[in-house]
Design a protein around this ligand. Structure first.
Ligand code: T1G
Ligand code: NAD
Length: 669
């Protein structure tokens, strides 16, 4: 039964049981409507507790129904039915009361929750706005400022803070059901608070709305829903209840069919599919209670921080005492930054560092469960490290490399028990970036592959399995994207115009700004290394700049010039001169055409990656670009974008017919 009713004296308890997250599908909406009718007609009932079975309170409307025409009872009507019920309802919240779930709770006269519960209105993360009164009732409960913060960011609020804000009436200690029934019994003995539909919404201070317009637009970076949500809250505070409700519903229905909402739903389901590959169903990872990181440099320190943040004790190994001291300083610096930003207390920092054992002696690794190598990107150095690890670690210890470009199979040559070896490609800064590319070799045991996914979950990372090729998934697409951008420079499109086009598309920065920030020499050294190995690596415009000493911001100039102390990119006459012989102007391209060209080229490389089996599904590639390279979520990723553009659109964007591989992906849609 999706909805069942029990009676405890004059208190009725409605239990919702609609796994996995009690989403408000049609059956549940109908069940709650019928329950309201039944209990209003029951003279023996004076109050109602609404509670849920399973992992969470109602987690929202059923996202799988979004593509279908809405069927009554519509959620706004159900919330109004609860709000105007003859007996007061008490929402008893555990887990997450989100979206429509919190809107149902707002229709209840009271809200109680256990301490680790949360409430929120995450609709903007799906490209929509609350559609059942969330933007209208919340400001009537907690005022405009708090309502705007909740609705435009979609961030949930934990129960203790929700209590302090007034979003809930009390935190229940002990059994939620018993506590909620007792709360209801007490509440009906005192005058009831007015339902939210009858309460005024307090106006914010002067200038609030104008300030929010700017703040929300900046944070949204091209996403449409946050500003629309702000408009709904403003209407709720400045207009009357019914008018605001109608405005909200109209906005919700308008956004629900939008491209951004479709893209964000695509990402929502992709993020739930990626961590659970079908190939690992029933495969149990090896237990991991202790970890080690080899190398305390940029990546090693970040990985160690991520492990410590997840509560794992870490052994940090460096090549000598000076390097070890630097490694510990790198790690301490990461936690100092978290303390400065208020994300970590000084005590928390001390605890993080106390969980680190620093040594230059590999013997300290005899009993660790997991080792992640992050030493120099040189095959000889990595092989030497794994030779030592193979000698000192337990035969079942999971050994991982964080290499960016080397072939993990080459690193594992000669390693004892190669079934426990895997590539775990973190992204810099490793304690911040969510993406983790998991790269098994043909020898990697299934349970060790499962360790990669289990570690990602434990570290709060987004795992994507990648096959072995130059750059795996993300860096391979990046290399193609950069080459395509250089082709546009050769065709006479100004560098600054290309970057502006990609910022306009929603990227945080364009390809040339990004290279100046990270340094042109890293990729240059990769190319030179490959050329030295006899690989055919075509010359690039970047080669010309690096050979002229232009490595980016670190050298005072790269694709752009920089004045000392100022990181603002300035178009460079020196670069124009250096590249003059390479430029043969083609037809004019506006910024929209530039962006569509470059994203289509990303999709071309992604399709080749799929065709080669380096990625298992198109949505995984979208996650790589979103979580590793700042591709705007509300665009869905290059694969989603390509499917939206279709063959005709891509032909126009590419200036040529899409490849067979890309056409095959379009055919999958
Ligand atoms: N609808 C349908 N299925 C959902 C769902 C939803 N809202 N939320 C989760 N699932 C599925 C998910 O696909 C997965 O399925 C399983 O539940 C477990 O999810 C009118 C219109 C609640 C915090 O945005 O944030 O209400 O893969 O792996 O890590 O204003 O799910 O197992 O088959 O994420 O424990 C607003 C989205 C909707 C909440 C639980 N609500 N969900 O996290 O489990 S819009 C949301 C979450 C709305 C109203 C508007 C999380 C969670 P499967 P999971 P979890
Ligand atoms: P880095 O130069 O900052 O750090 C490498 C560290 O390894 C140094 O501290 C060095 O002392 C240590 N080291 C060298 N030999 C060692 C040995 N035998 N034993 C113990 N420690 C040793 O380099 P990084 O940027 O952190 O990169 C490390 C690895 O991570 C490389 O394989 C790189 O390709 C990969 N990676 C880098 C990035 C990035 O953006 N920097 C991103 C993903 C992956």
């Amino acid at each position: 039964m999706v909805v069942s009713i029990a009676r405890e004296g004059e208190i009725a308890v409605i239990t919702v049981d609609n796994p996995p997250v009690n989403a408000l599908g049609h059956a549940l909406r109908q069940g709650l409507w019928d329950a309201a009718e039944t209990l209003d007609a029951d003279p023996g009932i004076r109050a109602v507790v609404l509670i849920c079975a399973g992992r969470t309170f109602i987690a929202g409307a059923d996202v799988t129904e979004f593509g279908k025409p809405p069927v009554p009872p519509h959620l706004p009507d159900l919330v109004a039915r609860i709000e105007t019920a003859a007996k007061p309802w008490v929402a008893a919240i555990h887990g997450s009361a989100l979206g429509g779930g919190f809107e149902v709770a707002l229709g209840c006269r009271f809200r109680v929750a256990v301490a680790d519960a949360s409430v929120g209105l995450p609709e903007v993360t799906l490209g929509i706005v609350p559609g059942a009164g969330g933007t209208v009732r919340t400001p009537r409960l907690v005022g405009a400022e708090q309502a705007v913060a909740m609705v435009t960011t979609g961030k949930p609020v934990k129960a203790p803070k929700a209590l302090s804000l007034g979003l809930i009436d009390t935190v229940i200690e002990g059994d939620l059901r018993a506590g909620a029934v007792a709360f209801a019994r007490e509440a009906i003995e005192a005058p009831l608070p007015a339902p939210l539909c009858d309460r005024p919404a307090s106006a914010p201070p002067e200038g609030f709305w104008a300030a929010q317009d700017t703040t929300v637009a900046k944070a949204a970076r091209g996403a449409a829903a946050p500003l629309r949500a702000l408009a709904c809250v403003k209407r709720a505070v400045t207009g009357d209840f019914a008018d605001a409700l109608a405005f909200e519903r109209e906005t919700f229905l308008d956004l629900r069919g939008s491209d951004q909402a479709a893209a964000l739903r695509h990402v929502f389901f992709a993020e739930r599919a990626a961590p659970r590959p079908k190939s690992l169903k029933g495969v149990v990872p090896r237990p991991v209670a202790t970890a080690a990181v080899i190398g305390g440099g940029t990546m090693g320190a970040g990985i160690a921080a991520a492990l410590r943040n997840a509560g794992l004790p870490v052994v940090m190994v460096e090549r000598d005492d000076d390097a070890l001291e630097r490694g510990l300083a790198n790690l301490g610096g990461i936690f100092d930054g978290a303390v400065k930003r208020g994300r970590l207390t000084p005590e928390g920092r001390a605890d993080r560092m106390a969980g680190v054992t620093a040594t230059t002696d590999y013997g300290g690794l005899a009993d660790v469960d997991l080792v992640i190598e992050a030493v120099f990107e040189e095959i000889s150095v990595k092989r030497a490290v794994f030779a030592q690890l193979g000698a000192v670690c337990r035969p079942d210890a999971v050994l991982a490399t964080n290499t960016s470009y080397l072939d993990p199979r080459d690193i594992a040559v000669g390693l004892l028990n190669p079934d426990r070896f895997i590539g775990l490609h973190f992204f810099s800064p490793a304690h911040v970036m969510k993406l983790l590319e998991i790269v098994p070799t043909p020898d990697t045991a299934p349970e060790v592959l499962a360790n990669g996914f289990a570690l990602a979950k434990r570290l709060g990372k987004m795992p994507v399995q990648a096959g072995i090729c130059d750059g795996f998934i993300g860096n391979r697409i990046l290399k193609h994207y950069r080459a395509a951008a250089e082709d546009l420079v050769r065709a006479g499109v100004p560098i600054a115009e290309i970057d502006a086009a990609m910022r306009g598309f929603g990227m945080a920065m364009g390809p040339f700004q990004a290279q100046d920030l990270g340094g042109l020499d890293i990729a240059y050294l990769q190319r030179e290394g490959a050329r030295a190995r006899g690989e055919d690596v075509p010359p690039t415009l970047g080669d010309i700049l690096v050979r002229a000493g232009r490595k980016g911001q670190k050298s005072g100039g790269g694709w752009y010039d920089y004045t000392p102390g100022n990181r603002t990119p300035q178009p460079s006459d020196a670069v124009a001169e250096l590249l003059a012989g390479e430029i043969h102007p083609g037809p004019e391209m506006d910024r929209d055409a530039v962006a569509r060209r470059l994203v289509a080229e990303m999709a071309e490389e992604a399709a080749a990656i799929l065709a080669e089996g380096v990625a298992t599904q198109p949505s995984d590639i979208d996650l790589v670009k979103i979580h590793g390279y700042g591709f705007p979520r509300w665009r869905g990723g290059p694969m989603f974008h390509a499917m939206q553009r279709g063959a005709e659109g891509l032909t126009q964007d590419l200036g040529r017919s899409p490849s067979d591989a890309l056409m095959a992906v379009l055919g999958q849609d």
